[in-house]
Design a protein around this ligand. Structure first.
Ligand SMILES: NC(=O)c1ccc[n+]([C@@H]2O[C@H](COP(=O)([O-])OP(=O)(O)OC[C@H]3O[C@@H](n4cnc5c(N)ncnc54)[C@H](O)[C@@H]3O)[C@@H](O)[C@H]2O)c1
Length: 286
């Protein structure tokens, strides 16, 4: 099919300039790959040199238009340089994925209660996941072409209470969701759409693929309606949609890609034993 309604027009990111943070691994790598394979030039950003080099080499080996930049999203000066570089690369910056993130470990289901929250870990997670997102979006938005796309990676753990992940993580992800929605309202006059990706459970190193986390993997799998963890490639379709012309009227929205974690959470609870039922209030018969 060709013409205005064809996928090749709706999802056309050819010659668009993209930056993806946390691109050396997991979801960020899948996002960088789908953009590059569909013709975007992609600047991969990550704080880990070795994995960043490998990831970039893999995509460059496919003949794709990729560059890499070693940068920590906590470093405002460096992230500003990264966005300037992206803005100066051919047609400039059109697509920004603020995706880098870290975990705060296992949640209260695993005995990590609120009194156990470590101050330094709390600060680290907020610094990367929340302030790092601010740093990325602030520098990117200022240098982005009008009509661009910003996509922030949150989590289903930021949309509803989640006993499986740590307090700092879910708090940071709740905050980035609202941050992105506020930015969406501000940037709408420039035609820049800002949306939120809220993944469920993907097999990446951040948690589940960590060999020490067998119990976490089992619990995350059990929390899905689909009965399985997702492959990182399963983020590609939604990522491409949000980066593309097809998302022209989508802004401030949250895209859940979770294999039904949220709906499973809303499954009816088992009936309480009769003794636990509140006593029925007698109804006057008139
Ligand atoms: N995997 C999941 O199930 C899942 C679920 C919900 C949300 N997420 C979110 O998706 C995003 C990507 O996670 P992932 O699962 O691909 O994990 P991952 O660990 O595979 O990838 C995260 C990448 O971010 C990089 N990074 C970490 N801190 C950084 C920093 N300060 N500056 C620059 N880069 C940094 C890491 O080096 C790594 O390459 C994160 O924001 C994460 O919170 C993941």
């Amino acid at each position: 099919m060709t013409g205005p309604s064809s996928p090749s027009v709706l999802f056309d990111v050819r010659n668009k300039g993209a930056v993806v943070t946390g691109a050396a691994s997991g979801l960020g790598f899948a996002i960088a790959r789908v953009l590059a394979r569909n013709g975007a030039r992609v600047l991969l950003v990550d704080a880990v040199a070795e994995t960043l080099d490998d990831a970039t080499a893999e995509l460059a080996g496919e003949g794709l238009a990729v560059r890499s930049r070693l940068a920590d999203v906590r470093d405002r000066a460096v992230i500003t340089q990264v966005m300037t570089e992206a803005a100066e690369w051919d047609g400039g910056l059109d697509i920004l994925f603020a995706n880098a993130g870290i975990s705060s470990g296992l949640g209260r289901r695993f005995g990590n209660l609120v009194e156990d929250v470590d101050d330094q870990r709390w600060r680290d997670v907020l610094e990367v996941n929340l302030t790092g997102t601010l740093t990325t979006v602030r520098a990117g938005a200022a240098r982005m072409n009008d009509g661009g796309r910003i996509i922030v990676t949150s989590s289903v753990a930021g949309l509803a209470p989640d006993p499986l992940v740590g307090y700092a993580y879910s708090s940071s992800k709740a905050a980035v969701t609202l941050f992105a929605q506020n930015v969406a309202a501000e940037l709408a006059p420039r035609g820049i759409n800002v949306n939120v990706l809220a993944p469920g459970s993907f097999l990446t190193p951040i948690g589940a693929r960590n060999p020490d986390n067998g119990a976490m993997l089992a619990a995350l799998t059990a929390a899905t309606a689909s009965g399985r963890m997702a492959d990182p490639a399963e983020i590609e379709g939604t990522a491409l949609l949000l980066a593309s012309p097809a998302a022209s009227h989508i802004t401030g929205a949250v895209f859940v890609v979770d294999g039904g974690v949220l709906v499973a959470r809303h499954a009816p609870a088992p009936a309480a034993p009769a003794a636990a039922q509140p006593e029925a209030t007698p109804t006057a018969i008139t």
